[in-house]
Design a protein around this ligand. Structure first.
Ligand SMILES: [Zn+2]
Length: 286
């Protein structure tokens, strides 16, 4: 029997499942965006969107702003891309993370937070972080006080199969589990305190949730596989940022396949990660 929180997440996944692609499925992509915007609006957030033009298509980044009580704290960005590659229902990639984004916003709806939070659904991650790059460049240019950013990238695939977890060559696999049943937090050197603080809160909030972290040296520029989400463009603009992920193709065989379906996901895994993220955002240590 699912908890009420898991039921919320399942509802979101059912609403979002399906190809969401600017070229092959622009309608469902647009509908997903409208669903996200409506949810933010229902929660009383200040909603807005910005156009993201790309090769003759027009997509949107979608924002839900929760005002903080202390402007000196700056603004924290929690983001997840909502587009998908062609030919996949895109459930783990990345409806799982959008569902978490919406659930975190709901969890915090009644709470006062010190720093402002912008819940962000990014367009066109799959075409080279187009939406997040546009946002990060704009924020850099305007000089806005951004305290930190967390990108949610695939949060729903968990397995207890021994040997199911693999790693990129620069990660010392001996230091990490070989079973794909944990959530990973990835930061770079300037974002070390953010990544460690977030991993710590995730662990403390849900003791059953396996949490691992990785901090890349320098800005993390040469570590291609762990740059593959919207956090990397914030690194490039010298913001503090981290990625939370089930590790994608290092674990999930359905990555970018037609088999990336709802049945393959672990809803309670997404629920626990969402609860941890909400706890972190009440007072983010960056
Ligand atoms: Zn993705």
């Amino acid at each position: 029997m699912h908890s009420p929180q898991s039921a919320h997440i399942l509802n979101h996944l059912q609403a979002l499942v399906g190809e969401r692609n600017p070229f092959s499925a622009p309608g469902p992509l647009e509908q997903a965006g409208a669903y996200i915007l409506q949810h933010f609006q229902n929660l009383g957030l200040s909603v807005s969107r910005e156009e993201v033009p790309f090769e003759g298509t027009l997509s949107h980044n979608i924002f839900g702003l929760k005002e903080g009580t202390d402007p000196s704290q700056g603004t924290f960005i929690l983001g997840a891309h909502y587009d998908a590659v062609e030919g996949t229902p895109g459930v783990d990639d990345n409806a799982s993370a959008v569902a978490a984004l919406l659930e975190v916003a709901r969890c915090l709806a009644e709470d006062a937070v010190k720093g402002s939070i912008v819940f962000t659904a990014f367009a066109l991650e799959e075409y080279g972080f187009v939406g997040s790059h546009q946002m990060a460049a704009r924020l850099k240019q305007s000089g806005e006080n951004i305290s930190g950013m967390v990108a949610l990238e695939m949060l729903g695939y968990r397995t207890t199969e021994p040997g199911s977890q693999t790693y990129p060559p620069y990660v010392d696999a001996a230091q990490y589990p070989d079973t794909g049943d944990f959530i990973a937090v990835v930061g770079n050197e300037p974002s070390q305190s953010l990544a460690l603080g977030l991993a710590d809160v995730l662990k403390r909030t849900t003791p059953d949730l396996g949490v691992e972290h990785l901090v890349l040296p320098g800005r993390g520029d040469s570590f291609v596989e762990v740059r593959l989400s919207d956090h990397c463009v914030f690194w490039e603009q010298d913001f503090k940022a981290a990625m939370v992920t089930d590790t994608a193709f290092f674990r999930n065989p359905n990555y970018h396949q037609p088999t990336d379906t709802l049945e393959t996901l672990d809803i309670d895994f997404i629920r626990d990660i969402s609860a941890g993220l909400a706890a972190y955002l009440k007072n983010p240590a960056v």
